[in-house]
Design a protein around this ligand. Structure first.
Ligand code: ZN
Length: 558
């Protein structure tokens, strides 16, 4: 039997979020495995109400845990590292990351009661980590968080480049620039790059991406022009942006105050691990309160409208003694991720009502993306000259477009969505198997499958309301008193003004008085009949069919 090289995305391919990729080398079904990234996706009210976090379904990986050599984390964004602390106990393998990423991960593990040393901090290329048949090097790339890395994965079947999230930025302000010379070297070594597995997020953006450095001038000018207090928000992990914003504030003679736990943790970790240098000093909120408004700049969390973050708190009123007023300005130095628009717009309107000027990035002056645009992706294809390209980190439409671009250049490509196992051993990628790949929800403190029906039931209750029916039957299966109905999430009165609960109870009493012992003695028949009555009466009275729970209590002779 011959050995093969496989790639298996379990999350992040066909969606943006919860990245989890597997590579394997060995005899079919016995390949030794490495895992790249273990991230989360965030729930929303429409499809996953009440859920805390969403992760890839790792059942296949857990079943094959004895084949896993190691886990590699490319960078500290939640969609790449957020699941690690929640799933590590089932995998229990060494985790490798660079200093900043590793430190962020260690803090998360410690919070989950897992020893920090689980994550081993490693140096970038030329250092390589041997993991079974794999030798893995971390190679710096630029992105919207410090120290993002691509992985160069050498295998007996050839070299894979897994880009992680990246953009081409020669001057990213914090962290390492994208270094074309280094990447040229990587492409030239040995037999070159066999497979490029690449970020596809911005494949539809036609213009070359802009550098983080282009923001300093417009931001400095904008902040200098404000007279009241200025508040700016961006992603807490975008340390370069925090630095640019803080420098712009200081240049305008303002004292800068950071608000939000996530932001302080990112800045603190970036300083501690040496990736952030020269960050202007900041003041605590107690001091900011005492200064004239025009002398203060706040940099806050909550650019995506998150309800508990500092932005949302300020939009609702006083927060840590600070309050927005007419004449102040609020800047979104960020992009609203699709799905978050409603929360962001709610905050914008709340500020607008206070007389605060809201400035967003509609003209592209105050934010740049962390992902490579189409011409940048093509530049990387040309630089690395891979024999195959597998698009990742994108919705289906992104993956398909990226595959088309590769194929047009004569690079063999395949759209590989979550669960598709691809054999990379030959000259073209081949789908060899489909693994069950879905989503796991962290719901409170319990993990549930997205298809388990828990959230489906929750959505049905939310949409339809709930009727609870209690019936007591005596030893002869005769009703003891009248049935008793309670509702949740339903109007009290029907369209004719009658009380809904009374109407349902009356119909049920009638039914129980007429019903035969044959029906009354069987739980399932009773359940069915009472459910139908509750739904029919509700339909007549309020035009809705609610969810119904029937509780039948039977007295027995004993
Ligand atoms: Zn990222």
């Amino acid at each position: 039997m011959t050995e093969r090289l496989i790639y298996l995305p379990l999350g992040g391919a066909g969606e943006i979020g919860m990245n989890a990729y597997v590579y394997g080398y060995g005899r079919a079904g016995k390949e030794r495995l490495i895992v790249v990234d273990l991230g989360v996706t965030f729930p929303d009210m429409d499809s996953s109400p009440g859920v805390d976090l969403i992760m890839a379904d790792l059942a296949w990986l857990e079943e094959n845990a004895d084949r896993i050599e190691a886990i590699f984390i490319t960078h500290a964004h939640e969609d790449h590292i957020g699941a690690l602390a929640h799933v590590w106990n089932k995998l229990r393998k060494p985790v490798f990351a660079r200093a900043f990423t590793g430190r962020i991960g260690q803090l998360k593990l410690e919070e989950a009661g897992i020893p920090a040393e689980t994550i081993q901090i490693v140096e970038p290329r030329p250092h390589a980590i041997d993991a079974g048949p794999f030798a893995v090097q971390f190679v710096p790339v630029s992105h919207s968080i410090p120290e993002s890395s691509a992985l160069v994965i050498d295998t007996p079947a050839g070299r894979i480049v897994h880009t992680g999230d990246f953009k081409l930025d020669g001057n990213p302000i914090v962290g390492e620039a994208f270094d074309p010379v280094l990447w040229h070297e990587i492409a030239q070594e040995g037999e070159g790059v066999k497979v490029l597995v690449s970020d596809s997020t911005n494949v539809f953006s036609p213009a070359p991406g802009r550098s983080e450095a282009t923001l300093a001038e417009p931001l400095t000018k904008l902040i200098a022009d404000q007279t009241g207090m200025i508040v700016a928000t961006t992603f807490a992990s975008n340390v370069a942006r925090l630095k640019t914003l803080a420098e712009a504030g200081v240049a305008a003679g303002r004292s800068v105050c950071l608000l939000g736990r996530a932001m302080k943790r990112m800045v603190g970790t970036a300083q501690e691990t040496g990736v952030l240098k020269g960050m202007p000093g900041t003041i605590p909120p107690e001091e900011a309160v005492k200064l004239p408004r025009g002398d203060v700049m706040l940099i806050v969390t909550g650019s995506q409208g998150e309800r508990r973050a500092a932005s949302a708190q300020l939009s609702r009123g006083k927060y840590l003694g600070l309050e927005m007023k007419e004449g102040d300005s609020f800047l979104f130095s960020s992009k609203t991720i699709p799905g978050n628009e409603r929360g962001v717009i709610r905050i914008m309107n709340a500020f607008s009502e206070m007389g605060v000027d809201v400035i967003d990035d509609h003209d592209g002056l105050y934010h740049v993306s962390g992902h490579a645009n189409r011409p940048d992706l093509e530049a990387v294809h040309d630089l690395l000259r891979p024999k195959m390209l597998i698009p990742m980190h994108g919705e289906h439409r992104h993956l398909r477009e990226h595959a088309k671009i590769a194929q047009a250049k004569g690079i063999a490509s395949e759209v590989a969505i979550n669960g598709s196992m691809i054999d990379l051993s030959g000259h073209v990628p081949q789908v060899v198997e489909y693994i069950e790949a879905g989503r796991t929800y962290l719901d409170g403190s319990v993990k549930i499958g997205a298809m388990d029906g828990v959230v489906r039931g929750r959505i049905r209750m939310a949409l339809n309301g709930l009727v609870l029916v209690t019936v007591i039957l005596d030893e002869q299966d005769q009703p003891l008193g009248d049935p008793w109905v309670e509702t949740m999430g339903l109007p009290k009165l029907g369209r004719g003004g009658a009380n809904l609960v009374d109407q349902i109870e009356d119909e049920m009493t009638d039914f129980l008085n007429r019903a035969s012992v044959k029906v009354l003695s069987k739980d399932d028949k009773m359940d069915e009949a009472l459910r139908r009555i509750a739904r029919q009466v509700s339909m007549e009275e309020i035009g809705k069919k609610p969810e119904v729970i029937v509780v039948t209590s039977r007295l027995t002779d004993e």
